[in-house]
Design a binder for this molecule. Structure first.
Ligand code: UT7
Length: 336
């Protein structure tokens, strides 16, 4: 008779990260020549100095493929090792095929199935939760999560309250089973679809009458009620961060790094005031990228990872909010 033994806990752990930004920099000063704004206004209200814009004629998926390649290289993952690719985006080049399918073909991950997950700025956190479930169930071993947003193609370049905050970019993570006590420990996620109309990107093939003549619909661009989203974001970021820590029986003091969605520096600072957190532990890198939507959190992770700021076993708290309206937080022990 064998003993009971210990059941090995498999969690989704990040094996490696990557990112890719387009080469063209669009500064606040350049925006001064495009809409009625100033560098001072933008920096004081958002903390943004510049953002990257994808060159005309270049498909957005190329950034996703580059970010994926870096994450695979850094994690020592071969294309044939991947069992699944999840792409997160609200600005795909195509409705079909999915961005994930395109990346699968380009990186040559012939054994992977692939799908997109649309959860706006919460996309990466939700994808991590999905990956964790599939790893725990034994359905998948190595999973590539790639987040890519090309806002410049859906933004209204005459709307000064919106075009100044968004940027283009991609980031990726290779995720696999962690059995050493690291990996995704806890998540807290939610959606309140009653407020979905506060951030919208209508399908450009539909007429305004098909989508209820909502604000922004007639132009088929990224539209938001910035003020309402701002108030929601400050409150929900603090709530979601607190809830995931409570679920895990942890405190802010236990965290080594807090990575908030970079939508607006004032939102991060407002949320921080509601959290009992050491500001030095809160990562902020919005100044050079603007809001990257679903690519924001993985981009920050890739920068921290490259900078050697995350060590094996570090306690990391991710927290995001966005269109939906949705929110999501995750507590993980760093796995690489
Ligand atoms: O991830 C996607 C989700 N979206 C967000 O996270 C966005 C959340 N919201 C925000 O980040 C902020 O609300 C904005 C950056 C969009 C706007 O900042 P704000 O401090 O909330 O400004 P406001 O909307 O209260 O506008 C104040 C004034 C207004 O003028 P009046 O009415 O007081 O005369 C605006 O017209 O600032 C004006 N304004 C600008 N002025 C110069 C708005 N945008 C600009 C601009 N330059 N770019």
């Amino acid at each position: 008779m064998g003993g009971w033994g210990l059941v090995e806990v498999r969690r989704a752990g990040i094996y490696g990260t990557g990112y890719s930004l387009p080469g063209k920099v669009l500064t606040n000063r350049e925006l001064e020549g495009m809409v009625d704004t100033t560098d001072e206004w933008i920096f004081q209200r958002t903390g943004i100095r510049e953002r990257r814009i994808l060159e005309k004629g270049r498909p957005g998926y190329e950034l996703a493929v580059e970010a994926a390649g870096m994450a695979m290289e850094r994690s020592g993952t071969l294309p044939g090792d991947l069992g699944l690719i999840i792409a997160t985006t609200i600005t795909p080049d195509y409705f079909a095929p999915s961005l994930a399918s395109i990346v699968q073909g380009k990186v040559g991950a012939g054994k992977a199935f692939a799908f997109d997950l649309g959860a706006a700025c919460c996309g990466f956190v939700y994808a991590l939760a999905v990956a964790d479930g599939l790893i725990k169930s034994g359905t998948c071993e190595k999973i590539l999560i790639v987040s890519c947003e090309i806002h410049s193609r859906v933004v209204d370049w005459t709307d000064r309250a919106t075009c100044i905050i968004l940027g283009d970019g991609a980031a990726a993570a290779v995720v696999g089973p962690a059995t050493d006590g690291t990996g995704l420990m806890e998540t807290y996620m939610g959606t309140d679809g009653r407020y979905g109309h506060l951030v919208t990107i209508p399908n450009g093939y539909l007429g305004a009458e098909d989508i209820g003549n909502r604000a922004g619909a007639e132009k088929r661009v990224f539209w938001q009620d910035g003020k309402e989203v701002y108030k929601f974001a400050v409150k929900v970021m603090a709530e979601a961060a607190g809830k995931v820590l409570d679920k895990a029986g942890m405190t802010y003091a236990d965290m080594d790094m807090v990575v908030p969605h970079q939508a607006n520096l004032r939102i991060i600072e407002g949320a921080m005031r509601r959290m009992d957190v050491d500001p030095d532990k809160v990562h902020r890198d919005i100044a050079t990228t603007g809001n990257l939507s679903s690519a924001s959190i993985p981009y920050s992770l890739s920068q921290l990872d490259r900078g050697g700021r995350l060590r094996l076993g570090d306690n990391v708290l991710l927290v995001g909010f966005g269109a939906g309206l949705s929110w999501g937080s995750a507590y993980m022990r760093w796995s690489c």
